[in-house]
Design a protein around this ligand. Structure first.
Ligand SMILES: [Zn+2]
Length: 63
């Protein structure tokens, strides 16, 4: 019986690890496209704003 419980907790740990991996790839795709340049041109991420390096468009982040 003790062995069975150990297996279960190992499975759970693996599940959590996979969840984090999905979260991280989602974060990378969160980068916004520039509304002026269109899809393919991403806004650079800054701590307080996102800005386009191509046309200079800046989007301020809300607090
Ligand atoms: Zn742009």
């Amino acid at each position: 019986m003790a062995d069975e419980g150990e297996k279960k907790s190992k499975k759970q740990a693996r599940k959590i690890h996979g969840y984090y991996e999905i979260k991280e790839s989602k974060l990378e795709r969160k980068r916004k496209n520039c509304p002026k340049c269109g899809p393919g041109v991403f806004l650079g991420e800054h701590s307080d704003r996102s800005s386009c390096g191509k046309c200079g468009y800046t989007e301020w982040k809300k607090k």
